[in-house]
Every structure is written in structure tokens, then in C-alpha cells.
Design a protein around this ligand. Structure first.
Ligand SMILES: Nc1ncnc2c1ncn2[C@@H]1O[C@H](COP(=O)(O)OP(=O)(O)OP(=O)(O)O)[C@@H](O)[C@H]1O
Ligand SMILES: [Mg+2]
Length: 610
């Protein structure tokens, strides 16, 4: 899942629309928080003005050049002379401004956090529900770890971008605008002089962070590699231990860790350099104000109060200006995250392919000249044709990689058959025309690699329906020869599976997956090598239990065991994607082909085993 550097117009428009749609529900919070931050900035900027008036008034300097309405207000309370006598009024004004600032900052924090959390929730929900609806083939193509990273750290980056960077940029611009306004209104010459280092500071900070941003990105990627390595090792701990590869894996991890640490070490020097130069530039700004401000004050071009106010503005501006470059450069980092999330959101969801019919699926299953290749790969299935009557059992035998599982995935419409790749029909209806959900609900499939969730056994088996009655779950478990085992667990059906509970054996897992498929009376049942991990005796018992369903359901049985297949009404032998033999057990076991050979090997093995 690589993200391209250059974006097309459509991609940019898509990203904009995506961000906008994510912002639904949180827009208002952000607008309120930004307004609050603007008010806070204004209150902050007013304090030096009040100080300035007080100082000038006390020193009896020149008349303050205040806006008309402020002058009116001053006149109404008794003029500057009155204010000079009642210094507490000015203190109160400062206190009031500070209170407004604190209150607005509080409101900013509250609404910003609400906005950020709402935004994250919307993004997570949208992503998850989209991912759930993506085609099976998409999931097979993408690494889970990568998808999860996009759903976590990329979402965090986007959240920080909107809730911190964007609001900070806004606040900085308001702060800059206001302080510039006040400074210009006091003394335009000193303002221009004080501004000389500003473009330098911004440009330098921008360039530095752009450069260092790339290094950060490389660090991030390496961190990803490191955690992927650790995760893979923990998941595959059995393999590592079984093959005594701890030392090798430890060395590999240490090497990767060394590379990662080295990357951060290399950043230390340029970072220290940047901050030092930044300090010098900011210091220069203050120096310019001090030198020229004193000069102007001595010459009588500005009052002492104005001089003090200038120093205040200079000091307040320093930090936001230095951060501005950083925030602008970090926007590119957010851009990468947006692209990575957009990649998922732009992947088309699974759609109905045809007329989305919901017919009765108790009909004959026909494969009609089916050929299939996975995306970009060679052809796996070649011209497969067979018919199985409704309610019969079809056995499929074939070497590994001969395409058995693929056939079942096609029947479940988990991969689409190309237009010219033949067709599969159930009861005469092309599965392309059957609604996806209807089809899958009517096919009970036990996958070759059963997967159990970290939930209770009850939930795992009854997963196909919410609140399935325990009796039904138990009946299915009984048919799958698992009920006794579950009863022997201390918590029975409430036993947790996996990390938080009991670890099931391979055969138990398979049986749980079989029970899961048996909880519903689906007209079609698929067992993809589902009895491979159980002993022959259990295999026979399960088949016996299944026989109850023979006749009512069409059963597709993939197996490497002749005993499992021998009762089937029809058996297909698959070799490299082609049907090479077909018939009943009686016909094939004397057909002189692969089946007969395997029969002989397996019966020989059983005799030896016995
Ligand atoms: N998602 C996929 N993308 C590309 N190729 C795949 C994919 N899944 C399987 N294949 C390839 O298709 C071929 C048939 O695979 P399939 O899983 O159908 O074999 P199988 O008959 O079920 O084998 P086994 O008995 O080992 O389960 C194999 O060569 C495999 O490498
Ligand atoms: Mg298979």
C-alpha cells in the first residue's frame, strides 16, 4: 500500500471532501474553540495597552492616541487625570482582561478537546465500517498491521493536525495581526524595524522542519518496522522456540533497534543548532526593539508606555512566530496521513454484481466452464464443469495448490468470476445475480484455517446470529463432537478462547468451526479440509452426525482422506486446476487413476498403523 508523492486533481478533491465529511459533527466545536482562542489573543494583546496608558498617565507623557470610543469612555469617567488618581481602575482593567483571557482559554481547551474527540470517533467509525464492507480480495491483498496503523497513528496525526496545528496557526495569525496592528498604531518605524528578523525566523523554521520532517518520517517508518518485528516474533513465538532461533531473532531485533536509535542520534546536532540559531534570531528582535525603542523614546518620538508595550509585544510574538514555520512544515506530515487514510476510503466497497435476487438455494449446483485467475496471477482453475444435485454430497480430492479452496471461495462469491470465466449456477440462477448476503447466509462454510475470536466459546459458535439460544449452540457442538470437551471446561460454554482463556488444540478449533457452521440449517455446507486435524475415529463420528443432514443439504466435502470422501455421491479429483477424474468411490477406487493409487496408499497406511 504505497502512497504516491504526486496527487492528481481528483485525488486532491477526494481528500478535501473526505476531510470535510470527517468534520461533520465536530465543525461547530472547532469554530467555537477558534473564536475563543481569538478572544483570548485579543485579551492578551490588550494588557500591554492598559499598562502603556497607565505608565504614560503616571509619567504625564503625551496624550495616548486611542480609538474614538475608548477616548469617549475615558472622558465619561472623568478623563486621564481622574484615571491617574484612581490607579486601581487600571489594575482592575488588567485583571478583567486577564480573566477574559483565562476564561476564553478554558473554553478553547474544552471545545477543542470535544471537537478533536468527535473527529477521531467519526474517523474511526467511518474507516471501520468502510473496511468491513471492502471485498474479501482487498483484505487478502493488504497487511493487517498496515491497516491497523492507518486506523490508529494516521488518525492521530490527522486529529493533531486539525485540533492542534490548524488552531495554532489560526491563533498565531490572529496574535500576529493584533500585535502588528497595535504596534503600527503606536509607532510604525519601530514596528518595521522589529519585524526585520521575522521573515528569517519563519523561513528558517519552515525549511528546517521540512528537512527534519523527512528524517522524522524515516524514524517513524523504522519504528513501524521495529514494532512489526516484535509483533511478528511474539505471534510466532512457537516457531522461534521450536527451531531454537531465539538468538538469531534477538540479533536481528538488536540490529534494527541500533539503526533506529542511530537515526535519532543523528538528529541531535541539527536540532540543537536550529534552536540555538532561533534563539539568536529572536534575541536580535528584542535587541532591535530595545536599541531603537530607547532611541525613539529619548528623541521623544514615543512615550515610555509605548516603549514598554513594544517590548511586551516583541516577547509575546517570539514563540508563536518560531512555531509557525514548524506547523506549516508539519502540514506535509498530516498530508501523508490523509493520503494513507484516503487510500482505504477510496477503495471501492463490495457491490452487488447483478440483479441481487434472493432465490431458494435448495437447488442443483452447477459449475459451467469455470476458469479463474487471482488478480495479476496465472490461471488457477481451468474449465471446471460439474453438476451436483440438490441434497447430494460432493467430495473433492486433490493435491495442495490444485485449486480446491479457490473453487469454494468462488462459490461463496468471495472472489468474482470474470465475465468470460464461465459461471456458477444454483438452482439455475447465476450466482452473479444472487444477492451477496443472501448467498453467504445460505452457505455454511468451514474454512480450512479456522479462526476463533477472543470471545467465549458460546459467542464463537453462535456468531452467526445475535443471542442464539444455548440449546442450538449445544446441539451443533454435539454434532461436531465438541460438547463433551466443552462441558469438561470449568466455565463450560462461557470459557474464553485465546489470549484471555483456554487455548484450544488444532482439532478442537476445527470442531468449533464446524459447530459454528452447523448452528444454521443452511441448504449448502462446505467443509474445506475441516476434518484434517481430528483423528479418524472422531472424523467418523462427525460424519455420522452429519449424515442426519444428508439429503436435506448439499454438502461439499474437501479432504485428503479417502474414508472421509467414500460416502459422497460424487467425487471429483482435481489436479493443477483441472478435473482429472470423477465418479463414485466404487468407480474411482478401481478406475486405475490417482484416486485408486491414493486408496491403496491410505489403506496400506491404515493396515500398517493398525
Ligand atoms: N489470494 C490468493 N492470491 C493469489 N494466489 C492465490 C491466492 N490464494 C491461493 N492462491 C494460489 O492458488 C492456487 C490454488 O490455491 P488453493 O488454496 O485453491 O489450493 P488448495 O487446492 O485448496 O490447496 P490445499 O490442499 O493446500 O488447501 C495455489 O497455487 C495458490 O498459491
Ligand atoms: Mg485449500
Amino acid at each position: 500500500m504505497e502512497t504516491k508523492a504526486k496527487k492528481t486533481k481528483e485525488e486532491k478533491a477526494f481528500n478535501r471532501k473526505l476531510i470535510w465529511s470527517f468534520l461533520r459533527g465536530s465543525k461547530l466545536f472547532f469554530i467555537v474553540s477558534m473564536l475563543a482562542s481569538a478572544v483570548a489573543a485579543l485579551a492578551d494583546m490588550l494588557i500591554p495597552q492598559i499598562v502603556r496608558i497607565s505608565v504614560d498617565n503616571a509619567l504625564g507623557g503625551k496624550e495616548a492616541n486611542l480609538p474614538g470610543f475608548v477616548m469617549d469612555l475615558v472622558d465619561r469617567v472623568g478623563g486621564f487625570a481622574w484615571l491617574g488618581e484612581h490607579i486601581w481602575v487600571m489594575s482592575l482593567a488588567i485583571l478583567l482582561a486577564a480573566a477574559v483571557k483565562v476564561a476564553s482559554q478554558y473554553a478553547f481547551r474544552v471545545y477543542n478537546t470535544k471537537g478533536a474527540e468527535t473527529l477521531v470517533k467519526t474517523m474511526r467509525d467511518s474507516l471501520f465500517s468502510h473496511i468491513e464492507r471492502l471485498p474479501f480480495s482487498w483484505h487478502m491483498k493488504h497487511r493487517t498491521g498496515d491497516i491497523i496503523q492507518r486506523c490508529t497513528s494516521d488518525i492521530d496525526t490527522m486529529k493533531n493536525f486539525v485540533s492542534e496545528q490548524m488552531t495554532s496557526i489560526f491563533r498565531t495569525l490572529v496574535l500576529l495581526g493584533l500585535s502588528l496592528g497595535f504596534m503600527f498604531s503606536m509607532n510604525w518605524k519601530l514596528t518595521l524595524i522589529a519585524m526585520i528578523p521575522v521573515p528569517w525566523i519563519i523561513v528558517r523554521s519552515f525549511q528546517f522542519h521540512k528537512k527534519i520532517g523527512e528524517a522524522f518520517l524515516a524514524c517513524d517508518e523504522n519504528e513501524g518496522k521495529l514494532s512489526a518485528m516484535a509483533q511478528e516474533n511474539l505471534t510466532g513465538v512457537r516457531v522461534v522456540r521450536a527451531f531454537g532461533r531465539e538468538r538469531y531473532e534477538k540479533d536481528r531485533f538488536e540490529e534494527q533497534n541500533r539503526v533506529y536509535t542511530g537515526m535519532w542520534m543523528k538528529l541531535a546536532r541539527p536540532m540543537a543548532q536550529f534552536w540555538s540559531i532561533g534563539d539568536v534570531l529572536s534575541g536580535t528582535q528584542i535587541l532591535l526593539i530595545v536599541v531603537f525603542g530607547s532611541l525613539f523614546a529619548i528623541r521623544g518620538e514615543m512615550t515610555a508606555g509605548e516603549y514598554i508595550a513594544f517590548l511586551s509585544y516583541g516577547a509575546t510574538m517570539t514563540w508563536p512566530i518560531r512555531m509557525l514555520g514548524r506547523m506549516i512544515s508539519e502540514m506535509s506530515k498530516a498530508g501523508v496521513s490523509v493520503d494513507r487514510i484516503a487510500y482505504i476510503m477510496a477503495s471501492p466497497e463490495e457491490e452487488e454484481t447483478g440483479r441481487a435476487l434472493c432465490p431458494d438455494l435448495n437447488g442443483d449446483i452447477e459449475f459451467d466452464h469455470v476458469s479463474f485467475a487471482y488478480e495479476g496471477g496465472p490461471e488457477i482453475l481451468h474449465d471446471i464443469s460439474f453438476t451436483m444435485k440438490a441434497g447430494t454430497t460432493l467430495g473433492i480430492l486433490g493435491g495442495t495448490g490444485s485449486g480446491k479452496s479457490t473453487m469454494m471461495l468462488l462459490l461463496d462469491k468471495l472472489y468474482p468470476i470474470a465475465e468470460d470465466g464461465g459461471s456458477i449456477r444454483i438452482g439455475g440462477v447465476d450466482i452473479r445475480d444472487i444477492q451477496n448476503e443472501h448467498l453467504r447466509k445460505n452457505i455454511g462454510m468451514v474454512l480450512q484455517e479456522p479462526y476463533l475470536f477472543s470471545r467465549t466459546l458460546k459467542e464463537n459458535i453462535g456468531i452467526t446470529e445475535t443471542d442464539m439460544p444455548l440449546e442450538r449452540i449445544r446441539a451443533a457442538a454435539r454434532d461436531a463432537c465438541l460438547d463433551d470437551t466443552i462441558q469438561s471446561f470449568q466455565k463450560g460454554y462461557d470459557t474464553f478462547v485465546g489470549e484471555r482463556g483456554v487455548t484450544l488444540s488444532g482439532g478442537q478449533k476445527q470442531r468449533a468451526a464446524i459447530a459454528r457452521a452447523l448452528t444454521r440449517n443452511t441448504p449448502i455446507l462446505i467443509f474445506d479440509d475441516s476434518l484434517s486435524a481430528v483423528d479418524t475415529e472422531t472424523d467418523a463420528r462427525i460424519r455420522k452426525a452429519l449424515e442426519k443432514r444428508f439429503g436435506s443439504a448439499s454438502i461439499l466435502l474437501i479432504s485428503h482422506r479417502i474414508t472421509t470422501l467414500s460416502k459422497a455421491d460424487q467425487i471429483l479429483v482435481l489436479d493443477r486446476g483441472r478435473i482429472v477424474e470423477r465418479g463414485t468411490h466404487e468407480q474411482l477406487s478401481h478406475g486405475g487413476g490417482v484416486y485408486e493409487q491414493i486408496c491403496r496408499i491410505q489403506s496400506g497406511a491404515e493396515e500398517v498403523g493398525a
